[in-house]
Write a protein of this length. Structure first.
Length: 574
């Protein structure tokens, strides 16, 4: 508990008890005052009225006395005790009779007796109320004593402990500071509390530990380590640039200086932002460094280095440390490493060219095989038996699969080389969806799958290559049919969303595990254990086709429930 909370609790409780004591005193004082006022106002007045009426009755002229009648009316208006009203009313009746028979001594004696009865009632009431006032006074004394005792005990505890609680830690801390001033850096304070003194003790111990480390450090060893690190960075074959937390350049090896085209004196110690104003490459590196992970362009940088165009991949490493005596990491800078991937790029380009050449060469003989199969099926050439028809069917299926594979490989090489041929014109998206549904109709019927279509009410046009977009739609539908169970449903959704048109295909298949969602659009990737045939190129080609048209493609999936593949294309401006 914090010191402020402890003081507030103790003093606040004492304050509450003092207020409670005042409230109790005022309460019982008012109660006593109320009892006294009640005696004076009720019983004393009745006694006064009765005494005067008794004197008048003794004078034996009650029948002619108007004062008796007035006093009797006051008594009737001041009835406060049980039975007093009955006696007063009886007295009034007897007084009326006495007015008619003034010589009747019996009535005068009866009136005197009623007056004595009223007096006796009020005297008993005075005794009873006096006893109640006495009990009230005793209760007031009891409760005021209890509250006073509690207040005294809390005040006594605060008086004994509060100075000790505050003064002792301050004294111990003062002595420790004096030891630190005397260069005794091994001095520590040991407060076990979790309040401000505990925080102060931990901060003091951290300071003392850092001073001790600094005092015991060997400057020569520090300089040797610095030179060793500089030599290590300088001998790296990849360009390396180091920045501090304020993005000032701390170091850069020779490879980095060479690709930047700058001298060491023009770079080290300078603000990277200021240098980037006159250096396009450094500006590009800083933009990638500051971009969020989702916005980073993962394409390799093309840089002219070593007399030729080279390709580099940028790795940004944030440097964090845990300062001595602390438990939180602190960011102290960045390291930019450019990995030279020129060799891999050249190999990848050779691979792409090889695949394109082989695929193109395969396409012609495969098409010829399919044509020959059609001729074999023609009965004009000659009759064929059932076994031969089965063989021809198997050959046709294999030839079709090979032709699809070569087509996908050719499309993939176009995407890799950036040579995708597009015809971008305003197109009706409903026609694209209907074409894809017609193509996939037979495959869905074979598995008993119902395809539901949700089309927009408004008319839209998208700027797209209808052929490539239809290819993507057919591929997504085929995948949904392939991975959905029989007798299930597939939803095809088409809707306008702001400045984009969304095409979505939702299935109820096995879904995609979270660890594979980030790789689903990679080339040649297939989900392990799916048990389905394929090249792993369909989604990669779809992504390339959609992004080439200025759109985006995404997937939402939950394992065991199904997947939704969506792509977005810009709407045509009216």
């Amino acid at each position: 508990m914090k010191i402020k909370a402890k003081l507030t609790l103790g003093v606040g409780l004492l304050f509450i008890l003092i207020v409670l004591q005042a409230v109790v005193g005022i309460w019982y004082a008012n109660d006593l005052k109320s009892d006294s006022d009640n005696i004076l106002r009720s019983n004393y007045n009745s006694l006064e009225y009765v005494g005067k009426m008794m004197k008048i009755n003794d004078l034996q002229n009650v029948a002619q006395s108007q004062e008796f009648k007035m006093l009797l009316q006051k008594q009737l208006a001041n009835i406060t005790e049980p039975g007093e009203a009955e006696i007063s009313n009886l007295l009034q009746k007897k007084h009326k009779k006495a007015l008619k028979n003034p010589q009747d001594s019996t009535l005068r004696s009866a009136i005197q007796q009623d007056l004595f009865s009223i007096m006796d009632l009020n005297m008993q009431a005075i005794d009873r109320k006096s006893m109640h006032a006495k009990n009230t006074a005793n209760a007031a004394t009891y409760w005021i004593a209890i509250v006073s005792a509690l207040s005294f005990m809390i005040a006594f505890v605060l008086l004994i402990n509060l100075p000790y609680y505050i003064a002792n830690p301050i004294s111990e801390l003062t002595l420790s500071i004096e030891q630190i001033a005397a260069k005794n850096y091994a001095q520590r304070v040991h407060f076990q509390s979790h309040d401000e003194f505990g925080v102060l003790a931990r901060s003091f111990n951290t300071m003392a530990q850092k001073l001790q480390e600094y005092n015991e450090s060997n400057l020569a060893s520090v300089m040797n380590e610095k030179k060793r690190m500089e030599a290590l960075v300088s001998n790296m074959h990849d360009p390396v640039i180091g920045l501090d937390e304020n993005k000032c350049i701390l170091f850069a090896n020779q490879e980095a200086l060479q690709i930047l085209g700058l001298k060491e004196t023009d770079l080290l110690g300078q603000s990277a932002s200021e240098v980037a104003l006159h250096n396009d490459l450094l500006r590009t590196l800083l933009n990638k460094l500051m971009a969020s992970p989702d916005q980073v362009d993962k394409k390799a940088l093309k840089i002219y280095a070593s007399g030729k165009e080279s390709y580099f991949e940028q790795d940004n490493i944030g440097i964090t440390v845990i300062p001595t005596g602390e438990d939180r990491t602190k960011h102290i800078g960045y390291v930019i490493i450019l990995r030279n991937v020129t060799v891999y790029k050249e190999l990848d380009s050779a691979k792409t060219n090889f695949i394109a050449t082989i695929s193109h060469e395969f396409k012609t003989p495969i098409a010829s095989i399919k044509m020959s199969l059609q001729l074999l099926e023609n009965e004009k050439i000659g009759p064929i038996n059932i076994e031969q028809k089965h063989l021809i069917g198997s050959i046709r299926e294999d030839a079709t699969r090979l032709l699809n594979i070569t087509g996908e490989l050719l499309d993939m090489t176009q995407a890799e080389t950036g040579n995708i041929q597009l015809t971008m014109i305003p197109t009706d998206p409903i026609e694209i969806v209907q074409y894809a549904l017609e193509v996939c109709k037979n495959a869905a019927e074979q598995k008993g799958i119902e395809i539901q279509v949700d089309l927009p009410e408004n008319k839209y046009k998208v700027v797209a290559d209808s052929e490539k977009t239809a290819w993507v739609m057919v591929n997504l539908l085929n995948n949904a049919i392939r991975y959905s169970p029989e007798q299930s449903k597939i939803l095809v959704l088409l809707d306008g969303l702001k400045n984009q048109m969304v095409f979505a295909v939702r299935d109820t298949g096995q879904g995609i595990s979270p660890q594979y969602k980030g790789k689903i659009f990679d080339r040649y990737f297939r989900i392990p254990g799916s048990g389905k045939e394929g090249t792993g190129l369909g989604l990669a080609i779809s992504k390339a086709f959609i992004e080439a048209q200025g759109g985006t493609i995404a997937v939402e999936s939950e394992l065991g429930i199904g997947s939704t593949f969506s792509f977005y294309l810009p709407l045509a401006q009216e």
